[in-house]
Design a protein around this ligand. Structure first.
Ligand SMILES: *[C@@H]1O[C@H](CO)[C@@H](O)[C@H](O)[C@H]1NC(C)=O
Ligand SMILES: *[C@@H]1O[C@H](CO)[C@@H](O)[C@H](O)[C@H]1NC(C)=O
Length: 438
């Protein structure tokens, strides 16, 4: 799979190129009780190249062109399980509804999926049909029943159906983050367990890439840079706000959906601006800072991701600091300075029961936390370092990490596909430790 690039659905450009003339602010704000969707949606062979092609297999919410038998049923059962989870359990707007429609009453159409021989290096691609306002997918035959490809592409489809991020360029990179989060949640999460089992599907291994997200945690939280970015890998942040282990008001099962629904329409703000709005009792900065603190031990409400961490932790790159002349004092390596909403995770070396004190000073705003984990029980606790300074008693059966996050007091408007100097400016800091070494 690693050799197969997944589509970047380039929905922003694609949609603009199609010239659909639907003002984003047109959606009705009044609420009308939506009619119950039919059990089986209507086929729409005009979406994609389907017209006249009689080689297809139907399920309730999808039509798969170019496949039959067990190949088709394997793909369709997977897609129906994903539909059941994301539409019925997670509450997303149905992929059967038109982007062009301001309501949720229907009509409801099947999503057309085309099995195609070649996609120019991609394993799957999502398209949008401007006239009908419906998403359609193309997937290589070998990947039709592979959720990391096909559920990912459908994840673009439900992002499109939610409407308000379309044509908002600063959300563009996050479309890939969301699509991978949809695919991983489908594969691994208890949120999707009953939907999977209702359609004969099993949980499968997480695709978390800790070498990237921990090894390069200093990068902008969602960075769309070609070759060096993390926008395909950054989805555990979305798993965290969905599992919401810190119980923040406004986050939880529908947090990602609500980042789209509560987006300031037509504003081209960033997803973090929307996150800041849906979190009614805390800030986006505090949420990102606690996410990174929890990533010290991948304690984000994703149990299989934490298992992967416990297997891989010794091979991850934590070389963030250089020791200074004074004992216990360290300075961040220039190349590893945390950028906008990025972090350094610093595992501490501690001998026996001791009080660990950390004092962090920096050139600008940051959030520092001591993450402490009981190595016997796995229980974690988090100690906020007010103004960068604090301490905690660490027992013999506990381990600890210092986590430092670049959290400016105001959110920045930027496009992750073309990072500007304000988000790329690193947090230059010095830390002094007692009771531990870095
Ligand atoms: C760590 O967990 C073990 C096993 O549950 C428990 O006995 C011990 O008291 C815990 N240590 C701390 C410091 O909480
Ligand atoms: C942090 O620093 C600010 C400004 O120096 C000060 O007003 C505030 O009281 C400090 N907070 C704590 C908890 O020390």
């Amino acid at each position: 799979m690693a050799s197969k690039s997944i589509s970047s659905a380039a929905i922003i450009l694609l949609h603009a190129a199609c010239g659909a003339a639907v003002p984003l602010n047109q959606a009705a704000t009044g609420t009308v009780a939506a009619a119950a969707p039919p059990a089986t949606f209507t086929p729409n062979p005009n979406v994609g190249p389907g017209r006249g092609n009689n080689y297809y297999t139907d399920s309730a919410h999808f039509r798969l062109y170019g496949a039959s038998g067990t190949q088709a049923s394997a793909s369709l059962n997977m897609l129906e399980a994903a539909y059941d989870c994301y539409i019925n359990t997670m509450g997303w707007r149905s992929s059967g509804l038109s982007y062009n429609s301001a309501n949720d009453d229907g009509p409801f159409y099947k999503v057309n999926v085309y099995s195609v021989g070649s996609l120019g290096g991609s394993a799957g691609v999502m398209h949008n049909d401007a006239a009908s306002g419906l998403a359609w997918l193309e997937v290589l035959p070998d990947y039709l029943a592979n959720p990391w490809i096909t559920v990912h592409e459908w994840g673009h489809g439900i992002t499109y159906a939610e409407r308000y991020w379309v044509d908002q360029g600063r959300t563009g990179a996050w479309w890939e983050t969301i699509a991978n989060w949809v695919a991983d949640t489908y594969k691994t999460s208890t949120f999707c367990a009953s939907a999977r089992s209702a359609h004969g599907q099993s949980a499968t291994a997480t695709e978390i890439n800790l070498r990237k997200i921990i090894g390069d945690s200093y990068q902008v939280l969602v960075d769309g840079s070609v070759n060096t970015g993390n926008y395909y890998e950054a989805w555990p942040f979305l798993s965290y706000i969905t599992a919401n282990p810190d119980g923040y008001a406004g986050l939880g099962k529908t947090a990602v959906r609500d980042m789209i629904r509560k987006y300031n329409r037509g504003s081209n703000e960033t997803p973090l601006h929307s996150l800041d709005r849906i979190a009614t009792s805390t800030t986006a900065q505090a949420i990102v800072a606690r996410y990174w603190a929890r990533m010290a031990y991948v304690d984000i409400g994703h149990p299989t991701a934490q298992q992967v961490f416990l297997q891989q932790r010794n091979s991850l790159n934590y070389a963030n600091l250089d020791a200074q002349g004074t004992t216990g004092t360290y300075k961040v390596k220039r190349a590893r300075q945390p950028r906008y909403m990025g972090a350094n995770i610093i595992p501490l070396k501690i001998s026996g029961a001791v009080t660990v004190t950390a004092k962090v000073t920096a050139n600008k705003a940051f959030t520092a936390t001591l993450a402490v984990r009981n190595t016997s029980s796995g229980a974690t606790r988090y100690v906020d370092l007010a103004n960068g300074t604090g301490s905690t008693a660490v027992s013999a059966n506990e381990e600890a990490s210092l986590v430092i996050v670049n959290t400016p007091s105001s959110l920045i408007l930027f496009d992750p596909f073309s990072l500007t100097s304000d988000v790329q400016a690193g947090l230059d800091y010095t830390v002094t430790l007692t009771g531990a070494t870095a």
